[in-house]
Design a protein around this ligand. Structure first.
Ligand SMILES: [Mn+2]
Length: 378
């Protein structure tokens, strides 16, 4: 049997005003071609189908089109909810099983048996994102930690598939030591949520995970990663899907995806020649984040910004200005701000009839620095 493992589609994701659905569409078209070429019979989608709990209509249209195309190719699809998905929205997809080869598992099942799917001699144990609230509700021992509860649940799932010839775990969770890409929801990839690799039962032949957006393998656990670069922290990152061949022994073959638009972060220093940079930018395709390092008193900042905007047009997603020297001392700031500081001193004296304490001046300067920085990076 041949399977394909993908995850973290994040349909409806946008960068600034730019929707990433065309990048996703481009990836999903390749997924369908790969399924046909590699004679895949089951596609596993390990959660985060959508970017938001309430996805817009265009994103739902894109996903339903993809799922029905797979159905007409005779391919079965298994989807589980990720932390970005609404459990109830994924639940509504369960009805489609009656008319299409679609199997949706919306939330961890009270009885692990109900989260097992069987395809001949293959059993797939599904664990949609185990939210803390839900896993606490499922577990009678409230004093156990989150990861202990998940580990217990994984053990119970493994027991349910014991007798199957091939066993697969399909789950949306964080495994300890996984290298994140920086585009995952930060609160859900911390230590608290990290399940230890040894807590994943040995019995599974393949462990298909979603949640972490970087393609990688940790012991037996595989993250396929997202099928396109989600945000700028994934710049330069290659994207893959995993082909899983169940034969006498199990083979896993990562297949690289083409990207519709690469993400680029371009740094421009105060001494860089803007003409040369423009030439370099023209040779790149994709979406851009530009970070301009400049002396904040430099009046040409806005001219440079305009030039870059004109050159990149809608492909410029973010423009940031960084003060020239991040390490400069408070003292070096004071001369530029002297006027505001003395105005403050005057005001203080007028109202309170005494001079400003040194401590207060220091704090005032700090606020000025912060306000200045924020004005330019907003
Ligand atoms: Mn995700």
């Amino acid at each position: 049997m041949r399977l394909l493992h993908i995850s973290d589609l994040h349909a409806g994701k946008s960068l600034g005003r730019i929707s990433r659905n065309e990048d996703l569409q481009y990836a999903l078209d390749q997924v369908i071609s790969i399924c046909k070429e590699e004679k895949v019979s089951i596609l596993l989608i390990a959660g985060d189908i959508y970017d938001k709990a309430n996805p817009d209509h265009e994103s739902q249209d894109l996903i339903l089109d993809f799922l029905t195309r797979l159905h007409t190719e005779g391919i079965h699809t298994v989807i589980i909810a990720g932390n970005h998905d609404s459990y109830d929205l994924i639940k509504s997809y369960k009805h489609l099983k009656r008319i299409a080869h679609l199997h949706a598992v919306d939330r961890p099942c009270k009885n692990p048996k109900d989260c097992i799917l069987k395809f001949g001699d293959l059993a797939i144990a599904c664990l949609p994102y185990p939210s803390e609230r839900l896993i606490t509700h499922l577990h009678e021992n409230l004093h156990r930690s989150y990861t202990e509860k998940v580990a217990t649940y994984l053990k119970a799932l493994a027991k349910e598939v014991e007798s199957a010839r091939y066993k697969i775990l399909l789950a949306h969770l964080m495994v300890e030591n996984a290298k994140i890409s920086g585009t995952e929801k930060q609160s859900t990839v911390g230590e608290f949520y990290a399940v230890k690799p040894q807590h994943i039962p040995e019995d599974f032949d393949y462990v298909a995970l979603g949640h972490v957006h970087r393609h990688q393998k940790i012991d037996k656990a595989h993250y396929s990663g997202s099928p396109y670069q989600i945000d700028f922290s994934e710049k330069g990152m290659e994207k893959f899907v995993n082909l899983v061949v169940l034969e006498e022994d199990i083979k896993v073959k990562p297949i690289k995806l083409d990207l519709k638009r690469e993400l680029h972060e371009v740094k421009i220093g105060p001494k860089d020649n803007l003409y040369e940079i423009s030439e370099r930018l023209k040779s790149l395709k994709g979406l851009f984040k530009v970070v301009l390092t400049a002396d904040m008193r430099d009046i040409s900042i806005n001219i440079k910004k305009k030039q870059i905007e004109d050159l990149l047009g809608d492909n410029l997603v973010r423009f940031e200005v960084q003060p020239l020297d991040e390490n400069r001392t408070e003292e070096s700031y004071i001369p530029q701000m002297l006027d505001l500081v003395s105005a403050y001193k005057d005001y203080y004296h007028k109202v309170l009839r005494q001079s400003v304490p040194e401590e207060l001046i220091k704090e005032f300067v700090q606020i000025l620095q912060k306000a200045e920085h924020e004005t330019y990076t907003a």
